[in-house]
Unconditional design. Sequence first.
Length: 364
Amino acid sequence: MYALPEPERGGSLEELRPLLNLASEDDWLLVRAWLLAAICPMGPYPLLGIHGEQGGAKSTLAEILHLLVDPNAGLLRAEPSGLRDLMITALNSWVIAFDNLSKMPDWLSNALCRMSTGGAIGTRELYTNSDEVLIHAWRPVILTGIQELAGETDLLERTIVLQIPHIPRHRRRTREAIFAELARAHPRILGALLDVAVEARRNLEHTHVELPRMADFARLATAAEPAFGVPRGAFLRVYEANGAAKSELAFEASPIATALLRHARRGPSQATAGDLLAEISERVSEAVRKSRSWPTTGRAMAAQVRKMMPHLRAAGHDVTFERAPGGMRERLIRFEPRVPFEELTMEMPFEARGSVRSENKGAS
């Protein structure tokens, strides 16, 4: 770890804005909120997923944000090979940034969820059979990659997703020039960020909003709206819009999710998990049914439905599990539209209106 500069008064976070390649002012508000959370000593911390095609300076953006709050000799890291490597990284860094990821193993997705909202990570101590190393790590995390990597529902719900635009050749700058400008402005930017934190903490007691997932983070960022110079309610509007975009990513990344959405669009229904699996399996291609992500049992089907319930709800459908009538031991899965069917057909994510894909674009 390196030292942070001495904060200077009189600066503004707007000095940072020209150094970041972001798609919109909404993304700029989300980045500022993530930075505010990242300087807090305790979480929960939303993950920041930075995605886009080559030439968007994703890695540069991740380095800048990492450097602002946690100067480190290794700003960007490759995917850890196992839980032990992740633990070592957490012990030696405050912000953890994994660059150019091409896949998201289940173990890493689960571990990052625990790091985001707080949880112990343990493994056997090296050269012993019974001693355990246990750390409790809350860490701000950055992920970059061309594909959307947070395909698991739990991880996706904890992630702010930024789609980074391509930079035209006439707007490109050298890395040396960008980081020289950042070094000059760093003390003022850090001072401005601390001022935002002070005002957010001052307002926090009187901030009462309808809280989404990652409620503590959302409340903190809402309390900082005056310091960010945005109207009241602006953060939740932007944060909820980002959540809707993440729901579309979840449908794109999972053939079973898309099939469930298509099933829900057919109208109210109820069935056991096994019957539901048989019904939707008839409507997809053989390639989809043979894919590794496709469930093969009623129990696996029920697990997939539970994973996708938040995204189906965001798309306008309530999904509940109910005990079957007549003393049967099976449970029924009930789909019920929350808004009129005609409105749902106009508002479904684009993937739901097309054919079911035969490959998984998201997590492996």
